[in-house]
Each structure stands twice: as structure tokens, then as C-alpha cells.
Design a protein around this ligand. Structure first.
Ligand code: NAP
Length: 489
């Protein structure tokens, strides 16, 4: 796949998609999107204003009536067509992900599979939004609970999974009967616009899905959160931004879902299968060059197997290949930008200054740019910033522990609670630790846990709500109860 073929495809769009039309912004401005592999500009995209957002919201509000009145089966048919079109365009979508986000083409294709699965899943769930009949509280009373779409949804998404983070929100919202206005990350708007084009071709009615690229994120976030048209905000991104959006949403008592940052512990006990633990830690750490919210941030290894695990893990990490996504089949691409690279360098410097030892990598890659060598640090402790902050880069930190109680306490000693991983062959221990760990998700003897079938989300400052699974549609529905008096004969 070449850059020319990706940019020449019919799903490559640079304008905003508002109310069923491709359009420039009200003030005619644009911003550049660049390839993280070499910094070159790949697109000049419409830079939406708050007035454009208001236009999209007004149209979404109009479209809501027709969309919520369709049957679940009718909405399911359109979502299913959208899914089929994404699969037909899989190669171009994967190419766009690689080009604007930097992950290797192989991983980008996996993201298309993962992201489209949410559309397929919620197309099926659209037909299963059921109510309940409850026993009446008095002899003449009948009580019914119905579930209805909440209304217009605003979705704000990050750059690290430019397709999946959008489908995880749009699929349940649209299935439930809610129109969606999406503000994608300004570093990766091209995938979002491609999804809008495929949605248009699938038959989503005008105004039901709008995509507004913009680098005026603070102003647009404020407009969306303070709008009374928006009944629900679904955000994925940093805890810092999530906090701002939640505060702003208080002004309209808006329902909000928050998929925020993590600081995932991986706990490897001395009764683990070490081969599995090495593979699992590798997968949990280095996917997307370490730029996922569920990435292993702290790898706790029990003392008696620490040296053996560290040696085998470092060897496996040394073998990982690094390169520009469209120039070969590599394991890791570049980091998203200079700021991300700067943070990784600072965290590694802080750790080594405080006594951590580099077992692999530890520096910028010879390729230059924002490429960083896959790295293993040994002897990390919680005094180092790398153990308390989300790294978002290809650096694995190994920490030593002695007892089960100690490692649970250390793993939970963080404001985050998204993903966690345990490696052990002892079933009693697995249950004890999984139940005590403060996280929304626990991988047991595996480093890969994301699937549309399971409820994805965090506890503590990692977020509110769940995406995916049969529970994922709940966030887009309101309950209403009907109390009926039935006269006795
Ligand atoms: P971010 O800086 O919070 O940005 C996320 C989105 O919010 C982008 O669209 C961004 O727009 C927008 N934004 C930034 N500041 C805003 C503001 N003041 N008001 C409204 N919108 C604003 O996060 P990121 O660096 O892109 O993404 C990485 C973070 O996302 C990590 O912490 C990661 O853990 C988290 N994440 C969580 C999950 C999960 O499911 N829990 C999944 C993926 C990622 P611009 O791009 O225009 O700045």
C-alpha cells in the first residue's frame, strides 16, 4: 500500500461532514495533518468553528425525531451496511490509520477488525432494547419500564485508535436511536471523515452522524458540554481533559461517559508460566508503540523469578523491529509527536538517575524523528515518575515484589483503575487477586483483553461507564416508567 493509493481513495476526505454534506468551515480555515513517521503534511483539513458545531447540533436535533422513530431492525440494517462497507474498504482504512497515526499496517488492519466489530455487534443489539414489566405496588397498578434513546450525543475522541474509539461510541448511540456529533482528535481526523463517508453510503440519514475536525478543541468542547441540545457526552482521552469536560457538563447536568487514562499493573507470580508471561507482557506493553490506555505501565515480578523473567523479556524486546509503517512489516512505528517523545525521554532519564538499569533500548532510535527504541528498565521503584505516570511509549518498567499482599497494595496505590494483568497458574491466587485489584478489567494469563463482546472501562480516575458488550448500549438509553391503573370488574 502506498501513500498515493491511500490519498487517492474515495474515502479520503478533507472537509467536515455536517448534516449529510461535505462542507468548509464558516471562516474557511484549515489545519494540517501530518505523517508521524516523517512529519510531512498529508492533508489540509477543515477547521470547524463553534458556529459549525451549532449547525451540526441543530441538524442532529431535527434528525433525532426520524431516527428514534425507526424500528431497531431498520436502524440495524443501516448499521450492518456500514459495517459491510468498512470491511470492503478495510485496506484503505488500515492505510489511513497507518498514515495519520503511525502504527504498523498489520496492527492498523487489526484495528479495523476490532473497530468494525462494534458496528456489527450493536447492529445486532439495536433489536434487543427491551423493557420490563414489574409487579404493581397496589392491586390496581401495573408498572412498565420502557427504555428510550437519550437524545443527541457528542463524542470527543483521541488519536491512538482513530477508528475504534469512534465506532465504540457511534455504534451503540446510533443503534439506540441517538444522532451523534463527533469531534475527532486533530492529529487523526482522516479516519473519522472516512467513516462518515462510508456511513453516508450506507444510508445514515442527514444529520444523524456529523464529523467536525478542528484544532480549536477547548472552545468546541465547551460549546458541546454547555449545549442543551447535547444530552450525553462520550469522551475518550486523558484524565486531565476528562476532568475539564465533566466540570463543564455540570452546567447542563449532562450524562457523561469517560474513558480516561490508566497505569496498568502486570503482576507476574513465581507460579506463572514464564513463556506466557513474557508473551503477555510484550503484547500488553508494545502494541501501538506503547500508546494504548491499557498498556502495561508497571510490570511487578516476584523476587524468585525476577532475574530469569527480566533476561528473557529483555531478549524478546531486543528482537522487536521498528520502522515507518508503510515501508515494511515492522513491530513498532513512531511515537505520535515530539511532545510524546520528550515525555518518554524525561521519564527514562528520571528513572535511570534514580537507579533504574537499562536492559534494552533506553534511547531514541537511529531512525531519528519520533522513533524510540523498545526499552526495558530494571529495578524501577515507585519513587520514579515512570511508575506513577502514564508512559504512553515503548518503555517497560520492571519492579520487584515479594508477597501477594504487598503487590496488591502497590498495584492499587494509584488514582487510576483501568486495565490490570495477572500471570499465575494457581487458580486460588488468580481469584483472590482479581477480586482485590482496583481496575475495570483484569487480563489473566493474557496481555490482550480488548473485544466488542466485553464491557470496556475503568474505575477511580480512569473513567465512568462502559463501552462494548450488551451493557454498552445502556449509556445511550433513559429509563421511563409507566404506572397504569386498571379498574377491577
Ligand atoms: P487528550 O489530549 O485528552 O485528547 C483527547 C481528545 O480531547 C482530542 O479530541 C482532543 O482534541 C480533545 N481535547 C483536548 N483538550 C480538550 C479540551 N480542553 N476540551 C475539549 N476537548 C479537548 O488525550 P490524547 O492525548 O489525545 O489521548 C491519549 C489519552 O487517552 C491517554 O491518557 C489514554 O490513556 C486515553 N485513552 C483512554 C482510552 C480508554 O478507553 N480509557 C482509550 C484510548 C485512549 P485535540 O486533538 O484537538 O487536542
Amino acid at each position: 500500500m502506498t501513500r498515493a493509493s491511500i490519498l487517492g481513495s474515495k474515502i479520503f476526505r478533507q472537509q467536515a461532514f455536517i448534516a449529510g454534506r461535505w462542507t468548509d468551515s464558516g471562516d474557511g480555515s484549515t489545519f494540517d495533518v501530518s505523517d508521524p513517521a516523517d512529519g510531512s503534511v498529508i492533508a489540509r483539513v477543515t477547521n470547524c468553528t463553534t458556529e459549525d458545531v451549532q449547525r451540526a447540533l441543530d441538524q442532529a436535533s431535527v434528525a433525532w425525531d426520524g431516527w428514534k422513530d425507526r424500528t431497531g431492525k431498520e436502524r440495524a440494517a443501516i448499521l450492518r451496511r456500514w459495517f459491510d462497507l468498512m470491511i470492503e474498504n478495510r485496506d484503505h482504512l488500515a492505510g489511513l490509520i497507518s498514515l495519520e497515526q503511525g502504527k504498523p499496517l498489520r496492527e492498523a488492519a487489526d484495528e479495523v477488525t476490532y473497530g468494525t466489530a462494534y458496528i456489527e455487534w450493536f447492529a445486532e443489539e439495536a433489536k434487543r432494547v427491551e423493557g420490563h414489566i414489574l409487579p404493581g405496588h397496589q392491586r390496581d397498578k401495573r408498572i412498565m419500564v420502557i427504555r428510550q434513546p437519550i437524545g443527541v450525543v457528542a463524542a470527543i475522541t483521541p488519536w491512538n485508535f482513530p477508528i475504534a474509539m469512534i465506532t465504540r461510541k457511534c455504534a451503540p448511540a446510533l443503534a439506540a436511536g441517538c444522532p451523534v456529533v463527533v469531534k475527532p482528535a486533530s492529529q487523526t481526523p482522516l479516519c473519522a471523515l472516512a467513516l462518515a463517508e462510508l456511513g453516508r453510503l450506507a444510508g445514515l440519514p442527514d444529520g444523524v452522524l456529523s464529523v467536525l475536525p478542528s484544532n480549536r478543541s477547548a472552545a468546541i468542547g465547551k460549546h458541546l458540554t454547555e449545549s442543551r441540545i447535547v444530552r450525553k457526552l462520550s469522551f475518550t482521552g486523558s484524565t486531565q481533559t476528562g476532568r475539564i469536560l465533566l466540570q463543564q457538563s455540570a452546567s447542563t447536568i449532562k450524562k457523561a461517559s469517560m474513558e480516561l487514562g490508566g497505569n496498568a499493573p502486570v503482576i507476574i507470580f513465581d507460579d506463572a508460566d514464564i513463556d506466557k508471561a513474557v508473551d503477555g507482557a510484550l503484547a500488553a506493553k508494545f502494541r501501538n508503540a506503547g500508546q494504548t490506555c491499557v498498556c502495561a505501565n508497571r510490570i511487578y515480578v516476584q523476587s524468585s523469578i525476577y532475574d530469569e523473567f527480566a533476561a528473557r523479556f529483555a531478549l524478546a524486546v531486543e528482537r522487536l523491529t521498528v520502522g515507518a509503517s508503510l515501508q515494511g512489516d515492522f513491530d513498532l512505528g513512531p511515537l505520535i509527536d515530539e511532545k510524546a517523545l520528550g515525555k518518554v525521554r524525561e521519564l527514562v532519564a528520571d528513572a535511570t538517575d534514580k537507579g533504574a538499569v537499562v536492559l534494552a533500548g533506553g534511547k531514541v532510535h537511529d531512525l531519528g524523528g519520533t522513533f524510540y527504541k523498545p526499552t526495558v528498565l530494571s529495578g524501577v521503584t515507585e519513587r520514579m515518575a515512570i511508575a506513577t505516570e502514564e508512559v504512553f511509549g515503548p518503555v517497560a518498567s520492571l519492579l520487584r515484589f515479594n508477597t501477594e499482599a504487598e503487590v496488591i497494595a502497590r498495584a492499587n496505590d494509584t488514582e487510576f483503575g483501568l486495565a490490570s494483568y495477572i500471570f499465575s497458574q494457581n487458580i486460588d491466587r488468580v481469584f483472590r487477586v482479581a477480586e482485590k485489584i482496583e481496575a475495570g478489567m483484569v487480563g489473566i494469563n493474557t496481555g490482550l483483553i480488548s473485544t466488542e463482546i466485553a464491557p470496556f472501562g475503568g474505575v477511580k480516575e480512569s473513567g465512568l461507564g462502559r463501552e462494548g458488550s450488551r451493557f454498552g448500549i445502556e449509556d445511550y438509553l433513559e429509563m421511563k416508567y409507566l404506572c397504569l391503573s386498571v379498574e377491577a370488574e
